[in-house]
Design a binder for this molecule. Sequence first.
Ligand SMILES: Cc1ncc(COP(=O)(O)O)c(C=O)c1O
Length: 453
Amino acid sequence: MASITTKEQMSSTNVKEITARYTYGTWRKQKGWNPLQIVEAEGCYFSDSNGKRYLDFSGQLMCLPLGHQNPAVIQSIVDQARKLAYVAPGYTTTVRAALSKLLLEVLPKGLEKFFFTTSGTDANEAAFKIARMASGKSKIISRYRSYHGSTAGSIAATGDPRRWAMEPAGKMPGVVFAPEVNCYKCPIGHNYPGCGIACVEYVEHMIRNESDVAAVIVEPIVGTNGVLVPPREYMPRLREICDQNQVLLIADEVMSGWCRTGRWFAMDHWGVVPDILTTAKGITNAAVPLGLCATTQRIASCFDDRFFSHGHTYEAHPLMLAPAIASIHEMQRLDLATRAAEMGAYLGEKLTELKSRHPSIGDVRGLGMFWGVDMVKNRETKSPFNTAEEKIAGKPLLVDRIASQMMVKGVYLSSWISHFVIAPPLIIEKAEIDFAVSVLDEALQLADQESQN
Ligand SMILES: Cc1ncc(COP(=O)(O)O)c(C=O)c1O
């Protein structure tokens, strides 16, 4: 391996080699990791060390509503760093109060007490602890097609195969899994609407038979695991079931929040207020790590005279809160929710048109600027090109080959097992959508050739 000293200018080869040798590549086998070095980014684009520019069609990890390097957000970090970079969470700051007031404006009404974390993962950890402490009960119901984070509690509640490595001993006990809502490929073999949304009725059956259930956690629109949009009756019915059984409802809006779906939060589409809402990513436009666990006053009041047994050194860190204020102001100024709804409809049309020409696309679904393209070997059987087992085994996946080909053409698209997740910055223009879709169109030939349709 090429050696470097601190004085030496690092070449791109050095940077990649050192990174791969001394740091972990996440969610992958380590051998063969050759990370692309990114040197700058602006708006909907980022550039590598060779000066090649990429259109960011998934906003990195679906976390950039305002696009890269939003000037107001960046400035807010600089200003706050000069003013007050850190103070312990037992004190308060202007930014803590200002952000709290602002959150009351944009969150579903009734969520009024906040715990600030440093990621989506620990926002969910906080949610589980709060739900358990407040209810005095212990079990959590989650769903199979889900991701809620990487630490003991949040990975225990994760339905997708990233959980497998932690079983049986490395995760929090007490999580049970319900079937996900997936009207394209129903896990319990039903067809909507004739099913009477049996998947949510089954959650009630689970609550009654499990007993001791503290909370149900859902991604209102499942993100990484396929952009699964529930039918409109699902969330109101889930709210009813939770209320009737004294179970708390946790909405994990880490990916679906911050105007992504055409509303501030996905739950707003159904007028359903969860007892706890967790979020992260877009809250600071991903410029600094910040997560939020928001609860109702009813839950908060459980701790009025009781020890709130949770905290972090970096809770309510001023450097995280200032860019959240700037991000929310920018989203308001640009009316990003409306823009996501309008541009999202255009994006949806383009993708649906793509489906009509590519036999390898089984389903296209989404809301606002949040879309999934589900790839199938066979439209009849809906069999995917690859499986979760193959993903974990590190086998080359068809969707990754397509994504790599798109990178060559200058478009970044997030792929997972046998589908794509499209979530560009909400400032994207129609011409950029056209370009990205045309690159996907071309790359899909690879899948069409291998499909059995
Ligand atoms: C729905 C959802 N919940 C939780 C998380 C975990 O968030 P973080 O990666 O910030 O810990 C993610 C991350 O992708 C997510 O999509």
